[in-house]
Design a binder for this molecule. Sequence first.
Ligand code: ZN
Length: 101
Amino acid sequence: MGAAVQTAGQWIAFDPTRQGGCYHCLGSADRDEGLGGCAALGILGPVAGMIAMQQSLAALKYLLGAPLPWGVVHYADGWADEYSAITLTARPDCPLCGGGD
Ligand SMILES: [Zn+2]
């Protein structure tokens, strides 16, 4: 998964065994979607390319059998030149991986 808006974006390769969480675990189902996407907030063009390149690299690593950091949310702000990463964990209340409701 990859996403970008304004000057920043994020990408992650979800663990197919769902031991490390899924897209539902990444964000709350009741999160505020009213902030708008790229159409409302804008996107710095190279940031979209930067995130897409990271997704492409992850896909190539997977296809070639190279080690891949499953379940790690990578964050990059192309304007501020800031990068970080956190490990996603399965939420207990996730209907897909937590067995919750
Ligand atoms: Zn989940």
